[in-house]
Write a protein that binds this ligand. Structure first.
Ligand code: MN
Ligand code: MN
Length: 470
């Protein structure tokens, strides 16, 4: 055994004064490895069940109802501990667990988004070229087009018929389903394409999905492959070509969520941004008993295209839901907002040693260092950021540390290297104190993104701590 040695003055000062970052694996509590695995198993199931915002809403409702939540109707009387939800047009959803305190004391909000970058079908998508059938797409969200060719794709969405009937489409994630793909040049003929910048090598109008090649039998007319595809669609879904006009169909990567690494410490999947935070907020909310302050989970649509539209975070749907809850207690919604706190739960970029040049290492989020807090997002001189106050960041440090959450500060990348935004600014505009926080992601917006299990679990723990804060 070593004899006890008095720490040197330098050692004492370092311990007392310097900010030391530590890998989350060196900070886990007993039993947390198992809890983390259990949590991530549920998360992977959520990912596989929800490849679009509509499917995520469906899955959320199923989980919420199993946990005792009821659909909220205007005027419904609520008491502490009551659990309710309201879906917004099937694409966004708000859930609440009523707290002991009145709504005049404010609420704790966890806000995330459930839309992810993908390829939407155009409204007149189907065509035949040289006896192959394709679907035209219009990409949704900020994606790097070269990443979306030569990967297996599924097709999800709805076709709304003139009759008012809505036909659900999901091809690719069922047992024995066919898949789709977008072709690319072979290297043998790709010399000219290879000289182009990455952003130009695959033009958006080349993102055409291959959906068939077998011509209609015993026919001498035109577009025999396309007609044969239409016949299949008509048989399966009862639709005709014109029905694409009122359809929302999205091509999404046909990857199931899976463990990554010999040590299984990571999860690879489509749509971590931002279902990884949406699930964290939801799972935390579902576990609440009777919180002090009312807890609200907001899962928004359209974040990837600017939070626009009736189902985005800018929509009054959130305000109407809050106003309805407040009306039940005779509280002004704005008076509730000004006392409220929102954790805008969205992913941030994980430091990637393979692309170190775009990161500023001292202020980047690292894989396995826990939930990443962003005081501000935005671009250039913090443009587009809500920039949370110092007091608010201190509040969150306190809440997270008291709950033993492993967290870190995060900034997207080097100043002027790029930038991004979240729903935070739209919450802050409502006079709600808001801070960004979320899971660091490798290859964000790629068809296959990677996160660490530890960071997923810590974001769930952080979300729970926020909901339980008094
Ligand atoms: Mn996001
Ligand atoms: Mn995003």
């Amino acid at each position: 055994m070593d004899e006890f040695k008095e720490p040197t003055r330098g050692e004492q000062l370092r311990k007392a004064l310097a900010y030391e970052k530590k890998n989350g694996y060196d900070r886990l509590l007993p039993g947390e490895l198992e809890a983390m695995e259990d949590y991530c198993t549920g998360y992977k199931q959520f990912l596989d069940a929800g490849k679009t915002e509509r499917e995520c809403v469906d899955r959320t409702i199923a989980l919420a109802e199993a946990a005792g939540f009821r659909p909220y109707t205007r005027g419904m009387e609520l008491k502490p501990g009551d659990k309710v939800y309201r879906a917004n047009r099937g694409k966004a959803i708000m859930l609440a667990v009523m707290g002991r305190k009145g709504l005049d004391q404010g609420v704790n909000i966890g806000a995330a988004h459930i839309d992810s970058p993908r390829l939407d079908l155009k409204q007149n998508p189907l065509y035949e070229a040289d006896e192959m059938a394709f679907l035209k797409t219009h990409y949704y969200g900020g994606l790097r087009k070269y990443q979306w060719v030569t990967i297996p794709l599924e097709l999800h969405g709805v076709v709304a018929l003139k009759s008012g009937q809505v036909v659900r489409v999901s091809v690719g994630n069922g047992e024995g389903d066919p898949l789709f793909t977008i072709d690319d040049l072979l290297p043998h003929l790709g010399a000219e394409q290879s000289k182009k910048p990455l952003g130009e090598a695959i033009p958006a109008e080349n993102l055409n999905i291959l959906v068939g090649s077998r011509p209609l039998a015993d026919d001498e007319g035109s577009d025999r492959v396309k007609i044969a595809v239409l016949e299949l669609l008509n048989r399966k879904y009862g639709i005709v070509e014109e029905d694409f006009i009122s359809a929302e169909l999205s091509a999404v990567p046909a990857f199931s969520a899976c463990d990554i690494g010999f040590d299984r410490s990571l999860i690879g999947a489509y749509g971590h941004d931002d279902r990884v935070c949406a699930y964290a907020a939801l799972a935390a909310l579902l576990q609440l008993g009777m919180p002090e302050r009312t807890a609200v989970c907001m899962l928004a649509d359209k974040e990837e295209i600017g939070s626009e539209g009736v189902s985005g975070m800018k929509s009054a749907a959130f305000d109407t839901f809050m106003a309805d809850l407040c009306a039940g207690q005779g509280v002004l919604p704005r008076a509730c907002y000004e006392q409220s706190f929102c954790l805008s739960a969205d992913v941030t970029a994980a430091y990637d040693p393979n692309f170190a040049e775009v990161y500023e290492k001292r202020n980047s989020a690292f894989i396995n260092y826990g939930m990443g807090l962003c005081k501000y997002t935005g671009a250039r001189g913090k443009s587009g950021a809500s920039d949370a106050s110092a007091e608010l960041v201190a509040y969150v440090r306190r809440v997270l540390d008291n709950a033993n959450v492993v967290w870190q500060m995060a900034e997207l990348g080097k100043v002027d290297a790029g930038g991004g935004g979240t729903v935070a600014v739209y919450m802050a505009e409502r006079d709600i104190d808001t801070l960004d926080a979320g899971v660091p992601v490798l290859s964000m917006h790629a068809p296959f993104e990677t996160v660490s299990k530890l960071d997923c679990y810590m974001t769930f723990k952080g979300m729970k701590a926020v909901f339980e804060a008094v």
